[in-house]
Design a protein around this ligand. Structure first.
Ligand SMILES: Cc1cc2nc3c(=O)[nH]c(=O)nc-3n(C[C@H](O)[C@H](O)[C@H](O)COP(=O)(O)OP(=O)(O)OC[C@H]3O[C@@H](n4cnc5c(N)ncnc54)[C@H](O)[C@@H]3O)c2cc1C
Ligand code: SF4
Length: 253
């Protein structure tokens, strides 16, 4: 594991200005925000990620789950997955989100993991984590070991000749079903991105996973009014082990 500097942000403007000095917000970023650290630290230990600087954002005031007057909900970037899953409003109106989160990881992990960190977790493709193997996502141009290798739990839709990885987040599946928007603050101000546009397909640049640019800080996720129907039901479309998101593809009706 490479030596790195750790700073604790007390002000989001300062954190954004520091992170904006990175050349990318994608694979290879020299500066990274850190929430729960449950996936970033693992990747750093494996030398898949080698940031020089981590900015701890846990002290920023992004830890609230708030009901909006119109019935919607905002979820702060550093809200822990457990707090979100067990929040009474989420359990009552957005059960799919609560259940999706509780279907993943473990209680200990969910107690640490944050909303933004969950949104931005990296693929569980085993070759991505094995630095001795070719992987276009980790090292662009090196090839894709998964295409001819062990790929049973990888993607069949939205793939490219360069990468067949899946997004592993259970929470994102529910957020997509709920049509949440992701709110980002960066050097050019604030913007909101529908979750369907937040992650990008691998195409020719699998190292790029989201629309985020250097300095972009996810501040919160928002679900507009239109609580899930009390009569809503879930259809489990697929259940597979190993790759988290493939365990639960849920449609709310
Ligand atoms: C053993 C194990 C089992 C797991 N099982 C599951 C599972 O079944 N289902 C599932 O969905 N997940 C699973 N996970 C993944 C887990 O959900 C993630 O590790 C967790 O959600 C990441 O959140 P974090 O806050 O710890 O992220 P971190 O590790 O802190 O950060 C992850 C990424 O997000 C970036 N980031 C964090 N906050 C921000 C922000 N505000 N703005 C911009 N960038 C930010 C970081 O720079 C980093 O790149 C598992 C993980 C482990 C270790
Ligand atoms: S599927 Fe994507 S992440 Fe997996 S080895 Fe290929 S390029 Fe890397």
């Amino acid at each position: 594991m490479k030596t790195f500097a750790l700073t604790r942000a007390s002000d989001s403007g300062q954190a954004i200005a520091t992170a904006a000095k990175a050349t990318t917000a994608q694979q290879g970023a020299e500066i990274r925000f850190i929430g729960g650290g449950t996936t970033l630290i693992d990747l750093m230990k494996l030398n898949v990620e080698q940031p020089e600087t981590l900015i701890d954002i846990n002290r920023l005031p992004l830890d609230k789950i708030e009901a909006l007057p119109d019935g919607g909900l905002t979820i702060g970037a550093v809200v822990r997955n457990s707090d979100l899953a067990y929040h009474p409003l989420v359990q009552k109106n957005y059960a799919v989100l609560s259940e999706a989160i509780l279907s993943g990881a473990s209680a200990q992990l969910r107690n640490m993991a944050t909303t933004a960190g969950n949104l931005l977790q990296r693929t569980r493709c085993m070759y991505f984590r094995a630095t001795e193997m070719p992987c276009n996502k980790r090292e662009p141009g090196s090839g894709c070991a998964a295409i001819t290798g062990v790929n049973r739990s990888l993607a069949i839709l939205g793939t490219s000749e360069h990468c067949v990885a899946t997004n592993p987040s259970d929470m994102c599946v529910a957020m997509a079903a709920l049509e949440a928007t992701i709110h980002v603050r960066g050097t050019k101000g604030e913007r909101s991105i529908p979750i369907a546009d937040f992650h990008v397909l691998p195409g020719n640049t699998p190292q790029r996973e989201t629309v985020l640019e250097p300095g972009d800080l996810v501040t919160h996720a928002l679900r507009d009014a239109k609580p899930q129907s009390q009569n809503g039901f879930k259809i489990e479309l697929a259940k597979r082990c190993l790759v988290h998101a493939l365990k639960l593809a849920t449609q709310t009706v």
